[in-house]
Design a protein around this ligand. Structure first.
Ligand SMILES: Nc1ncnc2c1ncn2[C@@H]1O[C@H](COP(=O)(O)OP(=O)(O)OP(=O)(O)O)[C@@H](O)[C@H]1O
Length: 434
């Protein structure tokens, strides 16, 4: 497309944005930079400092996740990036160009087109009175990103196919769709603009667990195919672990830790990050029941004289703390021994420390290695139901619950088919002899 159409529009308004962002000291292209960003709501005594001194870079092509509990300021940052929330202090740069505060109207239009947002609640974010066709086309209309009507229709149909819906859905209204389908419409509306950066604000939190993976896979597919960069907002570390390149943790408006995803999970230095990791449910009910929840107590910090700041302690790992804390964090990291984040208590079993030390915390957070739930188990159990039932019992004992369910399902279906054949045979016998 769009390169053509973008150029067409850029000829009308010379582009304010360079083709590439600046390169940082690690040789990575910086697409978005927040520098000392403060965001405040209200005035005087009622003022809420929702975001305090937020500073981070997002590199081209990466998934950068922002994680923290409800009310910590994640959405406020996302909305500041798309220029909805004004800053009280600091600035936001896109490809090195300031996009916060007062900017020329033509730059504002370029920013809207290049940075799109996908919202948490697909029901609330879609205009209920507009058809899907109009919803997906709205940005194209506003920015004249099509050559003629046939071109617009082609773009919209292509996009609706790409998100897994059908062209006949275009004439329908949002209320005629399920939550997952509405989120697909929201994705189509954002992606049809061919953005470079997508702010995805809890895009799967409102969806059924069963369809969350589909929407995540769709986001990943778009990223691979269109070289997208994501600012992914979530309140739960377990969701972002496997989709993020880097993760920033935010607590009550302060960014308390930023690191590569694996670095953060291996060395969660800030106690709030530790508490978020310990809150991730373990798929094994026995271990989950006996897990000790680590809760964060902010009163452990004494910031009365020694003020905290976000400091890089090496390994591109940033932690928020005062000088004393930062020295401790550095010393811990230099030992290079992954930190223990989960403690399992079990009265009847070995001591908690011993119990935990035998299992890497990575392992307990994952389902058992061979718990695949493959359809082959069901098929073989259908053909050999007795063996299927035995296999199901063994899988259940080893907590391979998905395999167990598949075997059970297949074996039961196999028994029913055998019973029906036997019944028919007996009926036939009866018919012959009576
Ligand atoms: N428009 C507003 N007016 C006043 N206060 C606001 C406004 N928007 C957000 N806030 C306040 O700013 C703080 C951060 O809110 P924000 O919505 O960014 O949190 P969040 O981390 O995204 O939470 P959630 O996961 O629940 O969406 C909260 O204390 C919230 O009450």
């Amino acid at each position: 497309m769009s390169k053509l159409n973008r150029n067409t529009e850029n000829q009308e308004h010379a582009s304010h944005l360079p083709e590439h962002g600046p390169i940082d000291e690690n040789g990575k292209e910086v697409l978005l930079s927040l520098k000392n960003v403060d965001i405040t709501f209200g005035k005087g005594d009622n003022a809420v400092r929702a975001v305090k001194n937020a500073t981070f870079d997002i590199h081209k092509g990466e998934t950068f996740s922002l994680v923290g509990e409800s009310g910590s300021g994640k959405t406020t940052i996302g909305r500041a990036v798309i220029r909805v929330n004004p800053l009280a202090n600091g600035e936001i740069l896109y490809k090195g160009v300031r996009i916060s505060g007062k900017i020329p109207k033509s730059l504002d239009r370029e920013v809207i087109r290049n940075i799109q947002m996908v919202f948490q609640d697909p029901a609330a974010s879609l205009n209920e009175r507009a058809t899907v066709d109009y919803i997906v086309s709205e940005g194209l209309y506003n920015f004249h990103l099509y050559e003629n009507e046939a071109d617009r229709v082609r773009k919209v149909e292509e996009m609706i196919n790409e998100v897994g819906l059908l062209p006949e859905h275009l004439t329908r209204y949002p209320h005629e769709f399920s939550g997952g389908q509405r989120q697909r419409i929201g994705l189509a509306r954002a992606m049809v603009m061919e953005p470079e950066l997508v702010v995805a604000d809890e895009p799967i939190s409102a969806l059924d667990v069963s369809i969350r993976a589909q929407v995540l896979n769709l986001l990943k597919k778009f990223q691979r195919e269109k070289d997208l960069t994501y600012l992914f907002i979530a309140h739960d570390l377990s969701i972002v672990r496997f989709i993020s390149d880097r993760i920033a943790v935010i607590y009550k408006g302060d960014i308390v830790e930023i690191a590569d995803a694996e670095e953060l999970f291996n060395f969660p230095l800030h106690p709030y990050t530790h508490s978020l990791i310990s809150a991730i449910p373990i798929p094994d009910p026995q271990l989950e029941k006996n897990k000790v929840l680590f809760t964060y107590d902010p009163s452990i910090h004494d910031y009365s004289t020694d003020k905290p700041e976000l400091v890089c302690i090496g390994h591109d790992h940033w932690v928020f703390g005062n000088k004393k804390e930062i020295e401790e964090y550095k010393a811990t990291r230099e030992k290079n021994v992954p930190l223990k984040t989960i403690t399992i208590l079990d009265k009847d079993a070995p001591r908690p420390e011993e119990h935990h030390d035998n299992i890497a915390h990575d392992e307990i957070q994952l389902p058992p290695l061979h718990d695949t739930g493959s359809a082959w188990y069901a098929l073989l159990s259908f053909l050999l139901p007795v063996i299927g039932i035995i296999a199901a019992m063994i899988f259940k004992k080893h907590r391979h619950y998905r395999n167990y369910k598949m075997c059970k399902k297949g074996a039961i279906a196999g028994f029913i088919v055998l019973a029906v054949i036997l019944a028919l045979f007996l009926l036939a016998l009866a018919a012959v002899f009576i």
